[in-house]
Design a protein around this ligand. Structure first.
Ligand SMILES: C[S@@+](CC[C@H](N)C(=O)[O-])C[C@H]1O[C@@H](n2cnc3c(N)ncnc32)[C@H](O)[C@@H]1O
Length: 206
């Protein structure tokens, strides 16, 4: 059953179809990904903790899903975490964890309701990908950081293979919108042999 979702997810592109897929996957998502040794949330959380010493800075966990990403952020000490996601059933599981301050359901193509400076960091863990949020969300998230704010981002193998995602990131770096503070390629879903790159990007002034 898990394999059905893993086969489908990276070929699902429209936001309505992505929402339906995660609504259907919510009941088994945690078992399916943790059963495949899902390492990216822990890797992103550790990288963010190394670059953001103030653990009480509010963090937005964009596309938080069932809250595995928020749980990883809480495990390294972050204490004020908000989450948002497209899928209400995924959010229900996140809510039950009791680790988020606020959880918000977003509609397809809706931006998180945040002003620059509301969050010291935004985490986008498994969030920008074929089968998740479109590439242009990179700019949406960066626009919600004040200078000095951090984007803790992961791109999995499927995202890294799509120029729509990689070119957005290259442009943000080349134009000086962000400076790269950390980049590491490593394990994503170990038992599926997949990898991801974790980035810590710092929003620049101007
Ligand atoms: C691979 S899951 C990652 C969930 C969580 N961050 C984790 O690491 O387990 C991708 C999530 O992105 C959400 N998603 C997809 N498009 C979105 C959008 N436009 N806005 C918010 N969430 C979105 C899906 O509902 C799903 O929960």
């Amino acid at each position: 059953m898990a394999n059905d979702f893993f086969e489908k997810v990276y070929h699902t592109t429209s936001q309505d179809a992505v929402e339906t897929l995660y609504d259907d996957w919510a009941g088994t998502y945690d078992d399916d990904v943790t059963g495949n040794d899902y390492r990216t949330p822990g890797r992103v959380a550790e990288a963010l903790a190394a670059h953001l010493p103030k653990r009480d800075m509010p963090i937005l966990d964009f596309a938080c899903g069932t809250g595995l990403s928020g749980a990883a952020l809480a495990a390294v000490g972050f204490s004020v975490i908000d989450g948002c996601d497209l899928s209400e059933p995924m959010l229900e599981t996140a809510r039950a964890r009791g680790i988020y301050r606020h959880l918000v359901k977003l509609e397809p193509d809706e931006a998180p309701n945040a002003a620059p400076g509301d969050y010291g960091a935004i985490a986008a863990i498994g969030a920008l990908s074929p089968g998740a949020a479109p590439a242009y969300y990179l700019d949406i998230l960066l626009a919600r950081l004040a200078p000095g704010g951090l984007l803790a981002l992961s791109y999995n193998d499927h995202t890294l293979a799509e120029s729509a995602y990689t070119s957005r990131l290259e442009r943000a770096l080349e134009t000086g919108t962000v400076a790269e503070r950390f980049r590491e390629h490593g394990d994503h879903l170990v038992k599926l042999g997949s990898k991801s790159t974790v980035y810590i990007l710092e929003k620049q002034a101007g």
